[in-house]
Write a protein that binds this ligand. Structure first.
Ligand SMILES: [Zn+2]
Length: 419
């Protein structure tokens, strides 16, 4: 008697509907070059949030907002006493961001909810789809804000007081768009958290894999640096008396790159922000403020990068005859994800026959903070040329569908597991 392979599923999400929803959502804050500009807690973000809320409510979900603006859309389970299975991502974007960074995880979550409704499935545990506030950090300078407050990494009062370039505080911005909710931003009992996200790196595409099984996130160390030299006339100051802060900064930037390259393909080292004072073409720069950071899958290796960096940066400053202020902004340890949740992602992808690869996340994600309190896993889908934080960010409809289908499998399996 022929047997139906137990691995087959007819519980499919609707890939076309997901794609249409991604394209339609990308019109909110659309830029001429095909990207989006949906800065956190702006009117554009509010439009995105309002749309998300309306779509959730149309599906019968109950939406709550917490005091940092994180949004939770709940679908009841058969057993109201079970802790919910959480999934989601973020709807804010970089100033010139792409259509998929963050939005894919939230809108795929919405598609999971829609599909469950269509299929008439009630999971044992309740489900909650989350839109985290300000993942990107580009307006208030603090990435992973919503998940950071929720998990207690950042103090709410401090975050409320952060300002954007116009001097608007987070608290005011939340009030202005009507998204300072009443629920406390603190971890409630949750059974698991899953986040689908584009890889934002080249490996899945390069190796022709549809699904990245994310096993954890790499360790990071971030610095703020201030080089203080002396402003002086570009035409009259000879080399012997120059205290050129920018020349010193340039040597330190090169040092960051060299320390990274000494780690082969696994190391990361970046200076992405630089402010030159007085920033005048005929003045030797007297002060430079800049950022630096290192990342690596191994926490020990980040420690070694840090140990190589700090003394050598100080030595370079001394050789330039300038002062160096170097402070560690924060260190993030490597964050392994929960093996049982990672396994559900693996099983989901295998069941569907997708080509997979295990991968360590190179980027920070809300999931990395959530993982400190809730068993967590992530799913990556390829993106074209590994490009992200860019208006040209691009994925294929079938890649979005594959990621969403694996999200569906993992969420439903977790929510129906026997306790
Ligand atoms: Zn993102």
């Amino acid at each position: 008697m022929p047997q139906t392979a137990p691995s087959q599923t007819n519980q499919r999400i609707d890939g076309k509907r997901l794609w249409d929803s991604l394209m339609s959502f990308a019109e909110i804050g659309a830029t001429p070059k095909g990207g989006v500009r949906r800065l956190t807690l702006t009117d554009v973000d509010k439009r995105g949030r309002d749309r998300f809320k309306a779509e959730c409510e149309a599906l019968g979900l109950t939406v709550r907002v917490d005091e940092i603006g994180n949004m939770f859309a709940r679908r009841p389970g058969r057993d109201p006493n079970r802790a919910p299975v959480l999934f989601g991502s973020h709807l804010d974007s970089q100033p010139s961001g792409g259509k998929f960074d963050g939005a894919l995880g939230v809108l795929a979550g919405l598609e999971v909810m829609r599909s469950l409704n269509d299929l008439g499935i009630t999971t044992e545990a309740p489900l909650e789809l989350i839109n985290w506030t300000d993942e990107e950090g580009s307006r208030f300078g603090h990435s992973l804000m919503g998940s950071g407050v929720w998990t207690g990494v950042y103090a709410l009062d401090k975050v409320y007081g952060l300002t954007d370039l116009e001097g608007t505080t987070v608290a005011t911005a939340l009030d202005e768009i009507g998204y300072r909710g009443s629920e406390r931003a603190t971890p409630f009992a949750a059974d698991a958290y899953f986040e689908l996200h584009i890889e934002q790196g080249p490996f899945l595409e390069r190796e022709d894999k549809q699904i990245g099984i994310v096993t954890g996130a790499q360790a990071q160390v971030w610095y703020d640096l201030v080089v203080t030299g002396q402003d002086s006339h570009a035409g009259t100051t000879p080399p012997s008396t120059r205290k050129d802060a920018l020349v010193c900064a340039a040597r330190i930037i090169d040092l960051v790159d060299r320390i990274m390259r000494a780690r082969g393909e696994d190391g990361r080292g970046t200076v992405g922000q630089l402010q030159v004072f007085p920033n005048s073409r005929n003045v030797v720069p007297g002060e430079v403020r800049f950022s630096a950071e290192f990342r690596h899958p191994s926490a020990d290796e980040v420690t070694r990068m840090d140990e190589a960096f700090q003394p050598e940066a100080r030595r370079l400053a001394e050789a330039c005859g300038v002062q160096l202020g170097l402070s560690v902004l924060f260190r993030i340890p490597a964050q392994p994800f929960d093996p049982s949740c990672v396994d559900l992602v693996r099983q989901g992808a295998q069941k569907l026959g997708y080509a997979t690869r295990e991968i360590v996340s190179g980027a920070g994600h809300d999931a990395v903070y959530v993982a400190r309190h809730v068993p967590t896993a992530m799913i990556f889908t390829p993106c074209k040329d590994g490009l992200s934080h860019n208006e040209a960010e691009s994925i294929k409809p079938e890649e979005a569908e594959a990621g969403c289908q694996v999200l569906f499998e993992a969420v439903v399996a977790r929510a129906n597991r026997s306790l």
